[in-house]
Design a protein around this ligand. Structure first.
Ligand code: F6R
Length: 608
C-alpha cells in the first residue's frame, strides 16, 4: 500500500523526506509527493511517476529552509494514478495537508456532506475528506481535530497531518494500517515503515490502533481517541535495511502471506452494507444489463485461473447463471459463442497479462460486457473493461501470487453474491448469511497463520519428496490446484493438482510409498467422497495429509491433519489455501530456493 514519511527537527526536511521515500520505493507506487512547512507557509509538490521525477520538481521549486514536512508514495486505490490524486492533499484554505494509507470506507458520505457545506475538492481520493474535515475544526488544536476525524472515519487507515499555523508539529493516527514513530535526538519521525527512518534512528515507538500521536522535535505525545494520554512503548530496531523492507520476515513472500488478513479486510471494506447487502458501486454496469445476462465466461491465467475456477462455483450456486471458465490463452482459439448477453470476467492481479487482455478484447469485439478484476488501479485490464472490481491486496513483490489470490477469491465471492442480489436469484436472508461469514475471514486467516509453525514442522520430513498430489472436489478443487502450483513454482518439485474423483481414471497408477498426497476436504457436501478417494490413495501407500475444518472427523484417513476454522463451503477456499501456501514456502526454503524470484518466472507476463 502507500508509503508515508514525516519529519520534525533541525535538518533540512527535504534531505530526510526524499531518501525516506526512496527507501519505500521497493513497495511499488504510482506517484509521490511532499508537503513542506517553512516558517508558517506550506509548499506542496507532487508528481505522477517515479521518485526521480519528484526529485526534479523538488530541486526546482522546493524551499531549502523547511524543517517540518511529510512525504508519500501512492499506490492508487480510489481515483486514477495521476498527479491530481497524488498525496499530500489540502483543504480549501490551503491550511491543512494530509497523507494517508488505507481506505476510508464512508468517504462518499463524508464528502457529500462537505460538498453541501461548500467545500471544493481537487481530487477523486478518499483521503481529501480528511483535510476538509479538519478545515471545519480550525479553532481546535490539530491533535483534537484528528481525534474527531478518527471518530468519524470508518475503515483501516493511517494518517499524518500538518497545519500551516502549527509549524513544528506533525499529528499521526492509526487504525489497521501501519504507522510507527522514529525517536531521534532533537528530531522525530513518523512513517508507515521502518526503512523510511532507519538511517537516522533505531529507536521506534509503536503506535497501536485507535491512537493519535503528536511529534515535535523534542516531544512525542501519544493519546487514545478520547485524548487520554497513553504510555510510550519504545523498542530498538535490530534489523538491517533488507530485513526492515521485509517487515522482519525472511522474504517478501512470507511477509505477503502474513499480510492476507489485512488485504482481505481491505478488499471487503465498504462493499458490505448492514445488515448484509453487497454494495459494488464501482461496477458501473446498468443493473438491467446484468439482469439480461444469460451466460458468464471467466478468463484468467495461472493462479488467477484458480480464482476463476472458484468463481464458477460461486456464480452458478448463488446467481444461478451458467458459467464457462477458460485459461485465457485458449479462449479465443476455440471460437466461443459470445454475444451482448454474455458477461465476460477477466481476472488478472497485474492487469497486464497479455493472454487475459487479448481474451477480453476479443469478448468486447463480440459485443459482450466485460468486468475486469485486478489489483492494479488503471491497469490495462481496468482500462479495457466496461467496469472493474479491484482487489485491494497492496503491491505484491514476491513472484508467486499469495495475497492477490486470496483477495481475488474474496472479490469473486462478492461478485457472485452481487449478481445473485441484482438478479433476485437468492433471497436477501441467504445473502446476509454469506456476507456475515465473509466478514469473519480476516480473523479466520489470522488463526490459520498463528499455526504456521505447525505446518513448518510437518514439512521438514518432505524436503526431498519429489512427487506430490493435491486433491479436492468442488470448491476444494481450485484450492488443491493452487497448492500444487505454489509448490512446483517455488520448490521445483513435481506436484499435480487433480479433482479427487478423477484419480481413479489414471493418475492413481503413480501413487506408491514416498508420494505425499494432500487432500483438501473442507467442502461438506462432498467431504465424504473426498475422504473415500483419499482412502484409495492411502491403500496404495501414499502419505496422506488432509486440510479439514476444526472438529471434522477425518483423523482415521489421514497421517497428518491441518485444521482450518469452520465456515460455509465456498468461503473455506480462502482459509484452506493459506496452509498450502505455507507448505510450499517451507518446503522451498528448506530446499534452499529463492522463493521471491523463482527461476524462469516473471511477475507480469506480457508475451503470448
Ligand atoms: C503464480 C502466478 C502466476 C500468475 C499468472 C497470471 O503464483 O503468480 O501464475 O497468476 O501469471 O498473472 P496475473 O494475475 O497478473 O494475470
Amino acid at each position: 500500500m502507500c508509503g508515508i514519511v514525516g519529519y520534525v527537527g533541525p535538518k533540512p526536511v527535504i534531505d530526510v523526506l526524499m531518501p525516506g521515500l526512496a527507501r519505500l520505493e521497493y513497495r511499488g507506487y504510482d506517484s509521490a509527493g511532499v508537503a513542506l512547512n517553512h516558517g508558517g507557509s506550506l509548499t506542496v509538490l507532487k508528481q505522477a511517476g517515479r521518485i526521480a521525477d519528484l526529485q526534479g520538481l523538488v530541486d526546482r521549486e522546493g524551499p531549502a529552509e523547511a524543517h517540518t514536512g511529510i512525504g508519500h508514495t501512492r499506490w492508487a486505490t480510489h481515483g486514477a494514478p495521476n498527479t491530481g490524486n497524488a498525496h499530500p492533499h489540502m483543504d480549501c484554505r490551503r491550511d491543512v495537508v494530509v497523507v494517508h494509507n488505507g481506505i476510508i470506507e464512508n468517504w462518499v458520505d463524508l464528502k457529500a456532506k462537505l460538498v453541501e457545506n461548500g467545500h471544493d475538492f481537487d481530487s477523486d481520493t478518499d483521503t481529501e475528506v480528511v483535510a476538509h474535515l479538519i478545515e471545519e475544526m480550525a479553532d481546535l488544536p490539530l491533535a483534537d481535530a484528528v481525534r474527531k476525524v478518527m471518530n468519524q472515519a470508518d475503515g483501516a487507515l493511517a494518517l499524518v497531518v500538518m497545519r500551516k499555523s502549527e509549524p513544528d508539529v506533525l499529528v499521526g493516527a492509526r487504525r489497521g494500517s501501519p504507522l510507527v514513530v522514529g525517536r531521534g535526538k532533537g528530531e522525530n519521525f513518523l512513517a508507515s515503515d521502518i526503512p523510511a527512518f532507519l538511517e537516522h534512528t533505531r529507536h521506534m515507538v509503536i503506535v497501536e490502533d485507535d491512537r493519535v500521536v503528536e511529534i515535535r522535535p523534542d516531544e512525542i505525545v501519544l493519546t487514545d481517541l478520547e485524548g487520554n494520554s497513553m504510555p510510550l512503548d519504545e523498542r530498538m530496531v535490530e534489523w538491517d535495511f533488507e530485513a526492515a523492507e521485509k517487515g522482519g520476515f525472511d522474504t517478501f513472500m512470507l511477509k505477503e502471506i502474513f499480510e492476507q488478513p489485512h488485504a482481505i479486510a481491505d478488499t471487503l471494506a465498504g462493499r458490505i452494507e448492514s445488515p448484509g447487502r453487497v454494495v459494488l458501486d464501482e461496477l458501473t454496469i446498468d443493473s438491467e444489463i446484468l439482469r439480461e445476462v444469460d451466460k458468464v465466461f471467466v478468463v484468467a491465467c495461472g493462479t488467477s485461473y484458480h480464482a476463476a475456477m472458484m468463481a464458477k462455483y460461486a456464480i452458478e450456486r448463488w446467481a444461478r447463471l451458467p458459467v464457462e471458465i477458460d485459461i485465457a490463452s485458449e479462449f479465443r482459439y476455440r471460437d466461443p459463442v459470445l454475444d451482448h448477453r454474455s458477461l465476460v470476467i477477466g481476472i488478472s492481479q497485474s492487469g497486464e497479462t497479455i493472454d487475459t487482455l487479448a481474451a477480453v478484447r476479443y469478448a468486447r469485439a463480440q459485443g459482450s460486457v466485460v468486468i475486469g478484476v485486478s489489483n492494479v488501479v488503471e491497469s490495462a485490464l481496468a482500462r479495457e473493461s466496461d467496469a472493474v472490481l479491484y482487489t485491494r491486496a497492496g503491491p505484491e513483490i514476491g513472484v508467486a501470487a499469495t495475497k492477490t489470490f486470496t483477495t481475488q477469491l474474496v472479490a469473486m465471492q462478492l461478485l457472485g453474491l452481487y449478481l445473485a442480489q441484482v438478479r433476485g436469484a437468492l433471497d436477501p436472508g441467504a445473502i446476509e448469511l454469506q456476507v456475515k461469514e465473509l466478514l469473519r475471514l480476516p480473523d479466520q486467516v489470522e488463526a490459520v497463520l498463528a499455526r504456521a509453525d505447525d505446518v513448518k514442522e510437518l514439512t521438514s520430513a518432505w524436503v526431498d519428496t519429489r512427487d506430490w498430489f493435491f486433491l479436492g472436489r468442488s470448491g476444494d478443487f481450485p484450492v488443491a490446484m493452487e497448492g500444487a502450483l505454489k509448490l512446483k513454482e517455488i520448490a521445483y518439485v513435481r506436484a499435480e493438482g487433480y479433482a479427487a474423483g478423477e484419480m481413479k481414471h489414471g493418475p492413481i497408477a503413480l501413487i506408491e510409498p514416498g508420494v505425499v498426497v494432500v487432500g483438501v476436504a473442507t467442502d461438506s457436501h462432498v467431504q465424504a467422497k473426498t475422504l473415500s478417494n483419499m482412502e484409495e490413495m492411502k491403500a496404495r501407500g501414499g502419505t496422506i495429509v488432509l486440510v479439514a475444518e476444526e472438529g471434522d472427523d477425518v483423523g482415521h484417513v489421514a497421517d497428518h491433519v491441518i485444521r482450518v476454522p469452520s465456515g460455509p463451503d465456498l468461503l473455506c477456499t480462502v482459509t484452506a489455501v493459506v496452509p498450502l501456501q505455507l507448505l510450499a514456502y517451507y518446503v522451498a526454503t528448506a530446499r534452499g530456493m529463492d522463493v521471491d524470484k523463482p527461476r524462469n518466472l516473471a511477475k507480469t507476463v506480457t508475451v503470448e
